[in-house]
Design a protein around this ligand. Structure first.
Ligand SMILES: [Zn+2]
Length: 448
């Protein structure tokens, strides 16, 4: 069998790498079988040249064996994937030529596509480099050795294509470190026109077992893109079957094609647990609140967070909506885990976990004067209270304990403000078995 990786076929002004991949599959299905589901691999969201989602794709072609399952539909028929591959003599160079023909036809003119065709997948370390950092020249050269590959317009996509090939949904014995997205695609004539998908039909798929990211708490759709791209909607979930059996309620506009993708979305794979030497990174850090949160122009919230490696400022920006109200309720001493992207010394929060809450206190109301009954006034910092008419002084009363308004747990911004790689807060709990031996050293288990 042959593994195919493709990246950087879209650009900031539209297009979609999964669409190009779908067209490749469509062109090659008469001659090859798909082995396993196609894979959509999100890479480092902090790279400066990223398109909206920084997603690369990979799939495997061969002569199918074993069980077959439907993973999509085209105007011409079903797309099925085999569980296994039978031995077959395949020509990587010839397959590369055929993939390139489709990529040249479908890719955006400003894109820098990369295509890699290989009998073996690159080492998994390459994926971790690609999702948490930047793949260097040497690492890429090594990964491409012995493969058939091509880069167009500069071929920046070669690194992403190789990284996508290196990703595998590692089975931790209990939970697979992956999720699924069923993407519906529109007829080419409708690209750029408003998508006719009702809020009711979105609410219906949000009820399907294991789906996530369908809509925001206020009901506004999060699964329907606004860009003029071929994607009509993306239905995300933890398991594939409920997506395939359940998506048909979405409408009234119907997809012309659909394809089920196995993805690293919602895995938190992009988080490192230590500050990098410099530059930008996605981080997951344990520590505590050092300063009371404060608001700045535009409705953004900031607080100082202290952790073993030092201190940094955390921010919840205006688009994070009600998540800011969670931040407002933090007090110094609250023990947190924070997840976010570090840019210019500020950690832009993607979610946070309240681990334990510090005691909350409130200054009691000013005591009345024991002589005349009038309300006393503060006599200055640490100087107690004083009755102005009588001159009576009273000591400052002990602060009152207040019940916290927050409860321990995970909190995050609405789905529409969430990055693809971020696991939604509600999937972080209740605790599921911790995966052993998944990910590289220093990685954080998917669910704790
Ligand atoms: Zn008085």
């Amino acid at each position: 069998m042959l593994h195919v990786g493709i990246d950087d076929t879209d650009s900031l002004d539209g297009g979609c790498t999964t669409w190009v991949a779908l067209r490749v599959i469509e062109a090659l299905l008469p001659d090859y079988n798909l082995i396993g589901a196609p894979r959509l691999v999100r890479l480092n969201p902090n790279v400066p040249w990223k398109t909206r989602g920084n997603g690369a794709v990979a799939f495997t072609f061969g002569r199918g064996a074993g069980e077959r399952q439907q993973v999509g539909a085209l105007p011409g028929g079903l797309v099925t994937a085999h569980a296994e591959a039978a031995p077959a003599e395949l020509d990587a160079g010839e397959l590369l030529e055929r993939v390139l023909a489709v990529v040249c036809e479908e890719a955006q003119p400003s894109a820098q596509p990369g295509v890699v065709v290989s009998e073996v997948r690159p080492r998994e370390g390459l994926y971790w480099q690609g999702v948490r950092g930047i793949v260097g020249e040497a690492g890429l050269r090594e990964a491409l050795e012995g493969t058939a590959h091509a880069g167009l317009n500069g071929g920046r996509g070669l690194a992403g294509a190789a990284c996508a090939l290196a990703w595998s949904p590692r089975s931790g014995g209990v939970v697979e470190r992956c999720s699924w997205e069923l993407l519906g695609y529109r007829n080419r004539r409708r690209w750029g026109s408003p998508r006719e998908i009702s809020a009711e039909s979105i609410a219906a798929v949000a009820e399907i077992e294991g789906t996530f990211g369908c809509h925001d708490p206020d009901g506004s759709p999060a699964m329907v893109p606004h860009s003029p791209c071929p994607v009509m909607w993306g239905l995300r979930g933890l398991r594939p079957e409920p997506l395939v059996t359940g998506f048909s309620v979405l409408g009234p506009e119907r997809p012309e094609r659909w394809l089920l993708w196995q993805t690293n979305q919602a895995t938190d794979d992009h988080y490192r647990v230590e500050l990098p030497a410099g530059g930008e990174a996605s981080l997951r850090l344990a520590g505590s609140v050092a300063t009371p949160p404060h608001s700045r122009r535009g409705g953004h919230r900031f607080f100082t967070f202290t952790f073993e490696g030092g201190e940094l400022e955390c921010a919840a920006f205006e688009p994070s909506g009600d998540f800011r109200k969670v931040v407002d309720q933090l007090v110094p001493g609250d023990v947190l885990e924070v997840c976010g992207s570090l840019e210019a010394g500020v950690l832009k929060l993607e979610k946070l976990r309240v681990v334990t809450l510090a005691p909350r206190q409130r200054k009691p109301p000013n005591p009345p004067c024991p002589e005349c009954g009038a309300r006393t006034h503060s006599a200055g910092r640490d100087a107690g209270y004083r009755c102005r008419p009588c001159g009576v002084r009273l000591p400052a009363p002990v602060p009152e304990a207040v019940a916290p308004t927050l409860v321990p747990g995970w909190y995050d911004p609405p789905a529409s403000a969430r990055r693809h790689l971020v696991r939604p807060a509600r999937l972080m709990e209740p605790a599921v078995a911790v995966q052993a031996a998944a990910g590289p050293p220093g990685s954080v288990p998917l669910v704790q």
